[in-house]
Design a protein around this ligand. Structure first.
Ligand code: ATP
Ligand code: MG
Length: 316
């Protein structure tokens, strides 16, 4: 039997000898346990799978293999996530191309309006050039936000996730503190994280601001409350794989919930349910998380909306 064939499977497979020691692990098993094949080989299988909820154990009579352990990965969820990811990436790409095309004519237009303004003597007419310049500036802001995420590479360093949370908390408290209750619920055991501090901060802030807006822009809401929560999670399904350990950053609000019409497309760029929104907050948050191998997901019903930013953590 050639064990290399198991590498084609999405489910994690371990081949064990008569002492139930790992003799071979497929690629999905390496990803599942977050350990290399070499690290897995020789390990005692039973303690290794002790935490795993569902394992299929098949006895083999093909020395040196005595057992095959299979851990089904939640394949459909992975497929759905990959599909959504491909779609969102394509959309971002075409929008970005459009943004690049708009950039130059836009600055030409703005400069011409400024020159014209200098030539005009009638202040009434200057109001018109003022409008052109102000609207051009609004478009420049939008274009800049569209291209911002690809401007530089990631600046990776180690930090504690609660530094990010505290920054977001301070900003939220300044913006919404008088109108909503903001609760911090941190998992003090969360280990240090490796990533781009400012992008993770931006992602959390975008998600938290949405919650703040949902709670303050809907009048008549009783006891509006926002919770910032951190937890260490196990066996999390990410984009291409299931990881053993990850950090889950949740923003929970008791607002009206995500409108039904937006649910399937909420991470698409330029999609907004707010009159003043540009619809870029969640698209950027998702992109920043994906740049870290993570993702943003959500559950929402009236009175309880939870957005989760999930970041994989490397095994020690
Ligand atoms: N916590 C939430 N509760 C209810 N609706 C939400 C929540 N978070 C997001 N939404 C909905 O999702 C839409 C998209 O959010 P997104 O952050 O991408 O864009 P935006 O907030 O409209 O604009 P921007 O963030 O660019 O200023 C929002 O307009 C809102 O309708
Ligand atoms: Mg937003």
């Amino acid at each position: 039997m050639d064990p290399a064939g198991y590498d084609l499977l999405k489910t994690a497979v371990l081949l064990l000898d008569g002492d139930r020691r790992v003799r071979h692990a497929n690629t999905a098993a390496e990803e599942y346990f977050g350990l290399s094949r070499r690290q897995l080989e020789g390990m005692d299988a039973d303690p290794l799978i002790g935490m795993v909820q569902s394992v299929v154990k098949v006895p083999l009579r093909a020395a040196p293999w005595a057992w095959l352990y299979e851990i089904p990965v939640r394949a459909t969820l992975l497929d759905d996530r990959q599909h959504a990811h491909a779609e969102q990436t394509a959309q971002r790409e075409s929008l970005r191309n459009l943004a690049h095309e708009i950039r130059n004519p836009l600055s030409g237009l703005r400069a011409a309006a400024q020159l014209l303004e200098g030539e005009l003597e009638d202040p009434g007419l200057r109001d018109y050039t003022g409008v052109i310049i102000a609207e051009a500036d609004r478009l420049v802001d939008l274009v800049e936000r569209l291209v911002s995420s690809q401007r530089q590479g990631l600046e990776i360093r180690c930090f504690n996730i609660h530094e990010v949370c505290e920054r977001v908390y301070t900003l939220l408290a300044a913006e919404y503190g008088r109108r909503i209750e903001i609760v911090r619920d941190y998992d003090a055991s969360a280990p240090e994280l490796r990533g781009d501090f400012s992008r993770i901060l931006q992602a959390l802030l975008n998600v938290a601001r949405n919650a703040g807006q949902a709670l303050t822009e809907n009048p008549g809401l009783q006891a509006p409350r926002l919770i910032l929560r951190t937890r260490v999670g196990h066996q999390l399904v990410l984009l291409r794989r299931q990881v053993r350990m990850g950090l889950v950053l949740s923003v929970i609000d008791n607002g009206p919930g995500v409108p039904d019409a937006l649910r399937d497309k909420i991470f698409h760029p330029l999609l907004t349910g707010r009159a003043q929104g540009s619809g870029l907050g969640l698209s950027l948050a998702q992109e920043f998380m994906q740049q870290h191998g993570g993702l943003v997901e959500f559950d929402s019903r009236p009175g309880h909306t939870e957005f989760r930013l999930i970041l994989p953590m490397e095994p020690l």
